[in-house]
Ligand binder design. Structure first.
Ligand code: PSU
Ligand code: MN
Length: 304
């Protein structure tokens, strides 16, 4: 039998004990969301962006069946460069542990593990959500239902337009997940600044985001997550015309090749990165680094 306790990186364990700010980071964007070899470099840059704002990064993933909060550099390298790394949502964690798998955790799995470890802030790129055609396929990311019962702040750039953005926002409302824009009342569309939908609320500082977390904890009423939607500045977004063309082409290829299920998101991301000749990758990296920095500032404010 394998030992299935969660392991903590030494620095993360020490920071959590001392009540110092910690930011959770996911590994699926590293293993499945970004192309090699850039993915490893970016994984390191994300951690550096968290540190630069005074928080400790805790990248979460599974190595040989061991769930780790605070992967070390050798472990991140392994998940970034080896083949056969599984994409782990919450339901997969125990099965992967018992079978000794290497795995990268999605937003759902990362947030659930982070919250259970007492980490209050998590930075990622974009959330999973409701896929187009979901009315036929039922393909809705477990990110949404998991966030409905997971008390953590998730800093992201909204959801990609590869999804049904409006339906995703409706489901977040139904599931009781709070959504606030960061200095914006529009829900961002990941590569593009404006995803096309209004938000009811915004916060204008890391301190205000931390105050939301404090109020939620004090009330003890709402069990779910706080999504802090952090749009790219308009002059840093992917050219919207290029974006729309690439999306239409990617969706057509998806249908033609019959790609379904958990392969859909990685397929479309890879299509964007190759079809835009790296432009979408550069934008993707900027998004993640900005979200990591904001998450760290929120974690610092929440730890005060
Ligand atoms: N959206 C992105 N990039 C990603 C993902 C989502 O823009 O890499 C990853 C995240 O890890 C997210 C997961 O949790 O894909 C959602 O996958 P699915 O739709 O299979 O639940
Ligand atoms: Mn899915």
């Amino acid at each position: 039998m394998t030992d299935s306790q969660i392991r903590y990186g030494a620095e993360v364990a020490e920071a959590l004990r001392a009540g110092r700010p910690v930011v959770a980071l996911e590994s699926t964007i590293v293993s499945h969301g970004l192309p090699r070899p850039d993915n490893l470099r970016v994984a390191r840059e994300i951690e550096a962006a968290v540190r630069a704002e005074g928080a400790v990064p805790a990248t979460i993933g599974m190595v040989e069946g061991v769930l780790v909060v605070g992967l070390d550099d050798a472990q991140v390298t392994r998940l970034a460069t080896s083949d056969g790394v599984a994409k782990l949502s919450v339901r997969d964690l125990a099965v992967a542990a018992a079978t000794g798998a290497d795995g990268a955790t999605t937003v759902a799995a990362t947030s659930a593990v982070a919250a259970s470890a007492g980490i209050r802030v998590f930075a990622t790129g974009g959330l999973g959500g409701v896929h187009r055609e979901a009315a036929q396929t039922f393909d809705e990311s477990a990110d949404l239902t998991t966030l409905s019962r997971t008390p953590i702040a998730v800093v992201c750039a909204g959801v990609k337009s590869i999804l049904d953005v409006g339906a995703t926002l409706e489901r977040l409302e139904t599931l009781g997940v709070a959504v606030v824009g960061y200095r914006s009342r529009r829900f961002p569309g990941f590569f593009v600044t404006d995803g096309g939908f209004d938000l009811d609320w915004s916060v204008d500082s890391p301190e205000q985001a931390a105050a939301v977390l404090a109020a939620r904890a004090a009330h003890g009423v709402q069990p779910g997550a706080l999504i802090v939607a952090n749009p790219l500045p308009a002059d840093e977004q992917l050219d919207p015309a290029l974006h729309d063309r690439t999306l239409a082409d990617g969706l057509a290829r998806l249908a033609a090749q019959g790609v379904t299920g958990k392969a859909v998101t990685p397929f479309l991301l890879a299509h964007f990165h190759s079809a835009t000749e790296g432009a979408s990758l550069a934008v993707n990296v900027r998004i993640i680094l900005r979200n990591a920095a904001l998450a760290a500032r929120i974690a610092v404010a929440a730890a005060r």
